[in-house]
Write a protein that binds this ligand. Sequence first.
Ligand code: ATP
Length: 315
Amino acid sequence: MRSYSLIAPAKINLYLEIIGDSPSGGYHELAMVLQSIDLADRIDLRPIGTETIRVRCDDSQVPADKNNLAYRAADLLARQFPTAFARYGGVEIVIHKHIPVAAGLAGGSADAAAVLVGMDLMWQLGLTQSELQELGAQLGSDIPFCIAGGTALATGRGEQLSPLPDLDNLYVVLAKYRNLSISTAWAYQTYRQQFSSFYCAPDDVECRRQRVHSGQMVAAIAHKDAAKIGQLLHNDLEKVALPVYPQVLQLREVFQSLGVVGTMMSGSGPTVFALTESLAEAEQVKEQVKSAIASPDLDLWVAKFSNTGIRIASD
Ligand code: ATP
């Protein structure tokens, strides 16, 4: 049995609307446009003879135990396919972390997606992409998207995906304060406390979902209209994060002042991204932000939109 190395790209949210409570209850009903970018973790999977799962990560912020989403993905497969686990044995998962942690970029979900794709190959399970996505949805609602990647409209909890035309003409500058993190649970709970009176009635959820399907952002993506996409960037969670985290607001304002195509917080934050139409422009914006905010705590990255989800590393 051979080892596998996989590339697990981060995502940004070009659009995040909280529609209301899901008709089945317990979750928020969302409408999101998700985009893969080429800032990615690398996951090495190595067979180990015994029936155990081990995780190592070069970032000490990331748990190296059962709390790691990548561990939970391997554990799920071991429970679903006990014969393969007994026959082939366990796996060592080594995570080379490049995606910032707790940043709104789905780093943990991307790692878990890579483990599902890689172990399917390693154990020769022959699962289809949609079977892998169904398994992934049991662990986290961003995992199905992370498996397929590209550009997609995500509804439900984020696990119901409609692929959109590839957007490969844009670059992104990402900015995050190293010591600042925002809990996803806090962001959604606070949103509920403040805005639940505006939630869509359960009977109207489907109608609102359809409105996003046929909405302006989806049309702008179909036309690869960068300026329009920039104008239509939207994230409801900014309503709770910006008033509480002035650093996030400041990043938004600095990006805005540099005349980028568009800027927005990603997911539940605190990463703020700005879109540009060329790599040169993205590098220039990154340098301008570095000079405008001379903080040793501020990390900046440049990445390109990516059409792929989990893939096998080429080297
Ligand atoms: P999302 O956008 O899906 O809400 P995120 O990008 O904000 O996710 P992650 O980087 O996935 O956040 O990390 C959230 C928390 O999950 C971390 O604080 C960490 O303790 C835990 N975690 C578990 N497994 C991983 C992993 N493989 N990589 C990063 N964090 C992980």
